[in-house]
Design a protein around this ligand. Structure first.
Ligand SMILES: Cc1cc2nc3c(=O)[nH]c(=O)nc-3n(C[C@H](O)[C@H](O)[C@H](O)COP(=O)(O)OP(=O)(O)OC[C@H]3O[C@@H](n4cnc5c(N)ncnc54)[C@H](O)[C@@H]3O)c2cc1C
Length: 465
């Protein structure tokens, strides 16, 4: 069992990708490292357990990537999804570092596989982990352990002693015991505050009670809050987060990827008043999937229903739960407890507005509506082939963007603008530096791996001096 009474060179709070990358990098640089993960060993790894891929720049195709993804293209993609809300210097630095991270992760035991099929079309830009996020984590834990990183499970950081920007010690609760853990440097890699419904309510009000959290229940923002209260500069908009539409029948926490619904573009989406509220075919799905969580969050009671017909049933990856099926729109309305007259009118109005076109879900096709609000700009086809189907959806929060401000060394900046003497941050806890809003698939892991490796390296150098 990890010794919490020793003084370490580097204390890493967290047990996901960012924490492991930091711990391994620091240990490889010669530091003694303690990693405190509040989850049990079985549930170790936070949101990283649920991941499938990472986005890294690369100059040429590889065994598992279908073509080059230049740094500039990555940056332009980031600019587009964030609508310019990013720290350009930091983002460019991250993208440049991502190139070497692509090879560094396999050196730590991680294996890639060719892109999975499905609706996100990421075969050129994103590297998929062989066996998924849990396998990736298992490889990193194995490497960390074999290098001599001390790992404490069920060890929650509950307080920090920080004096004028300098970390002195952390209070770690393991079981019923509290330990004062001392270290020369501190790396915060313990997620955002997405699992803290009370905190979410400060920005979203009672609506947050209806949010489902896609990942770990442990990312409650305890360390983030401690750091901000102890003088670390905050960045990022607290209302911004990555949120997608997920099956409303998913569990409150940890439903993971299999509850996400990617069929919005194949049908129409109505709220509890059986009314459409947004253009379901505005853009290709990889560029729009991450807005639907917020859109549903803005609807009454934070619930919506994706409706489609038999012609679309096999075109997307299904949810864990079967769709609700009916022989008519009225019957479907009954099963969804929607007003049948209104739902029928909504579908009839939509069907009447659909213009003829050639359906192709791989491009922005010419199947669109005319004369209704909101329009459906692409992939609009009449709902007319029985049976009809529906999935109830709720906002599924992936992670929040409120963050500790960092510089290129992943070193935290204090409110007076000075760099902290010995505190670093990586992963979700500082994601808001790069992600002011929006998201491009695979960037969560880029942020964790790149800044985790930097934080570990820099913390080790700091501890040596
Ligand atoms: C369903 C789902 C699918 C996703 N798919 C992808 C994907 O394919 N690609 C991608 O790039 N991103 C994906 N993401 C986002 C990605 O998971 C995160 O961006 C990334 O894993 C963050 O890594 P992290 O190490 O910062 O946080 P996490 O992996 O969440 O790790 C945080 C860790 O901190 C621990 N912790 C929290 N508080 C404390 C405390 N007080 N003391 C000690 N430990 C604490 C937690 O137990 C956890 O182990 C997905 C997220 C979800 C939920």
């Amino acid at each position: 069992m990890a010794d919490l009474s020793k003084k370490y060179d580097v204390l890493v709070a967290g047990g996901g990708n960012a924490a492991l990358c930091a711990a391994i990098a620091a240990r490889r640089a010669g530091s003694s490292v303690l990693l405190c993960e509040m989850a049990t060993k079985f549930y170790r790894g936070g949101n990283t357990r649920h991941t499938r891929n990472i986005r890294c720049a690369h100059d040429a195709a590889t065994e598992t990537l279908s073509g080059p993804y230049p740094e500039e293209e990555f940056f332009q993609d980031l600019l587009q999804v964030t609508q310019g809300h990013t720290d350009e210097a930091l983002a460019r630095h991250m993208i440049a570092e991502s190139k070497t991270v692509l090879d560094w992760l396999p050196e730590q035991g991680v294996r890639y596989q060719p892109s999975l099929g499905g609706t996100l079309s990421l075969g050129r830009t994103n590297s998929f982990f062989l066996g998924g996020g849990r396998s990736m984590l298992n490889a990193l834990y194995l490497t960390a352990e074999s290098l001599g990183v001390e790992i404490a499970y069920e060890a929650e950081v509950i307080d920090l002693d920080i004096d004028n920007g300098m970390f002195l010690s952390a209070t770690v609760q393991r079981g019923a015991e509290h330990h004062k853990v001392r270290a020369a440097t501190f790396v915060a890699a313990c997620g955002g505050f997405e699992s803290n419904i009370e905190w979410l309510k400060q920005y979203w009000g009672p609506a947050a009670d209806n949010f489902l959290i896609r990942g770990t229940p442990h990312n409650r923002g305890t360390v983030l809050k401690l750091l901000l209260d102890r003088g670390v500069q905050e960045t990022g908009d607290p209302t911004q987060c990555h949120a997608v539409a997920i099956d409303a029948r998913a569990p409150k926490y940890d439903g993971g990827i299999i509850t996400r619904l990617d069929c919005v573009v194949f049908g129409i989406v109505v709220n509890k008043h059986a009314k459409r509220f947004y253009d379901e075919g505005e853009e290709i799905w990889p560029k729009r999937y991450a807005i639907w969580g917020r859109l549903v969050a803005q609807q009454p009671d934070q619930i919506a229903y994706i409706l489609f017909d038999a012609s679309s049933l096999t075109l997307f990856m299904p949810s864990l739960y079967p769709p609700i099926e009916a022989g008519s729109i009225r019957e479907l309305a009954g099963k969804l407890t929607l007003d049948p007259d209104t739902l029928e009118a909504t579908v009839n109005e939509f069907n009447a507005a659909v213009r003829p076109g050639t359906f192709d879900d791989t491009i922005l096709d010419d199947c669109r509506t005319e004369g209704i609000k909101p329009p459906k700009s692409h992939w609009a086809r009449r709902l007319e082939t029985t049976p009809y189907y529906a999935y109830p959806v709720r906002p599924g929060i992936t992670f929040t963007y409120l963050a500790t401000k960092v510089n290129k060394q992943a070193r935290m900046l204090m409110r007076d603008g000075k760099p902290s003497a010995n505190m670093f941050a990586a992963g979700e806890v500082m994601a808001g530096n790069v992600l002011g809003r929006g998201y491009a698939a695979g960037m969560g892991m880029t942020i964790g791996s790149v800044f985790g490796r930097i934080a570990g390296r820099e913390a080790a150098a700091n501890a040596r001096n």
